[in-house]
Write a protein that binds this ligand. Structure first.
Ligand code: PMP
Length: 363
């Protein structure tokens, strides 16, 4: 569709055009139900098959073992910052956190309301430009869990699948909001993964939690019913009205991903796209990426010229060419290109072509 721009927004973000077309086609009459998915009861047979397909597809894409529950919740990843400690502070009421950016530090701050978040490593002093090197011998043993943010949306860093810390018998929790389904992570290394949908899965409104069954059912006494994983696990995410339409969109995105060839294929495509952009930036005399090479995100690629006015004109001129939402997060400035699964290679190529043109003009 020629009216569409290349949308580099960090989230909510680009969705596959194919998925949007299917949603449009099914809008008025879903699967001969005579109504839109937005209008149907979450207790109807037709809706039940939507949510169960969504779960089935996610399980197959991520290779989720049977002893993990998949939950479709509300409240965004930010609500998980509270739900994780409320449900997992069972013995020590302490947890280890790695501070790799604002989201990681917000998660730790929230946990401090219910116990103690011990920040065992941080890259804050280096403007979060890398993932701290972790020495497992310093990991505290007297903690209920260990929390990481697998991809740092604002700073453009990530734990590679090989770099996921081995926390032994301490449950590892991962905020995967901005890189879930972008490459293959071994789920068995984690006890709980959570992610807001609005980057790689669908529209805002649904948060996906993948949790080992043994962690369910031990929430602190003060935990509100709606924030207890058990409430949702016991009711297959239908304790109350779920974000029905967002879940339906996730189902379509999962089907699209399967059609693309699953995570192996999307990972290859994501690495190709990210590599195109990083290679260009690394050889550019105008643009720089400040992130340690081994920790670079495949999803959020930051760059600067070193001159704020020039950055601002870049963002503005890019938008005039249909390359939109390239402004960096308000807390860091510069530029950020979020190139989630649904960003076509062509979008990255167009961006690089424009960067070259801009560079030639501002040598
Ligand atoms: N964690 C990460 C890594 C994020 O990128 C975001 C949102 N950008 C959040 C948490 C917060 O998510 P939500 O807005 O769904 O609460």
């Amino acid at each position: 569709n020629n009216d569409r721009v290349f949308n580099f927004s960090a989230g909510p973000s680009v969705l596959p055009e194919e998925v949007l077309s299917i949603a449009a086609k099914e809008m008025l009459n879903y699967n001969n139900s005579g109504m839109s998915v937005m209008e149907m009861s979450h207790r109807s047979k037709v809706y039940e098959s939507i949510i169960s397909d969504a779960e089935k597809h996610l399980r197959s894409l991520m290779n989720i073992p049977d002893h993990y529950k998949v939950l479709f919740l509300q409240g965004g990843a930010s609500t998980q910052f509270a739900m994780v400690p409320l449900n997992l502070f069972t013995k020590y009421k302490r947890a280890s956190y790695i501070d790799t950016g604002s989201w990681a530090s917000k998660a730790a701050k929230e946990a401090n309301k219910y116990g103690e978040a011990v920040v065992i490593a941080s890259s804050k002093e280096d403007n979060y430009s890398h993932i701290p090197k972790l020495d497992p011998s310093i990991f505290p043993k007297d903690v209920d869990y260990f929390h990481i943010t697998t991809n740092n949306t604002i700073y453009g860093t990530r734990y590679t699948p090989e770099n996921i810390p081995d926390t032994g018998s301490t449950p590892l929790i991962g905020d995967m909001s901005s890189n879930i389904l972008s490459e293959y992570y071994d789920i068995n290394k984690f006890s709980l993964i959570y992610a807001g949908a609005q980057k790689n899965m669908g529209p805002a409104g649904v948060t996906i939690v993948i949790i080992k069954e043994e962690l369910i059912g031990h929430a602190m006494d003060i935990t509100p019913t709606m924030l207890d994983y058990k409430t949702h696990a016991d009711n297959d995410s239908l304790y109350n009205t779920p974000p029905c339409y967002s879940i339906y969109m996730c189902k379509l995105v999962f089907e699209w991903l399967i059609k693309q060839g699953g995570l192996a294929a999307i990972e290859e495509k994501n690495k190709y796209k990210a590599n195109l952009l990083y290679s260009y930036i690394d050889n550019s005399t105008l643009f720089k990426n400040p992130v340690a090479v081994e920790d670079r995100s495949l999803m959020n690629i930051t760059f600067i010229t070193g001159n704020q006015e020039l950055d601002a004109s870049f963002v503005k001129e890019a938008a005039q060419k249909g390359l939109v939402n390239l402004k960096g997060h308000r807390s860091v400035g510069g530029m950020r290109a979020s190139i989630y699964n649904a960003m076509p290679v062509e979008g990255v190529e167009k961006l690089i072509a424009f960067m070259k043109e801009f560079e030639a003009k501002h040598k």
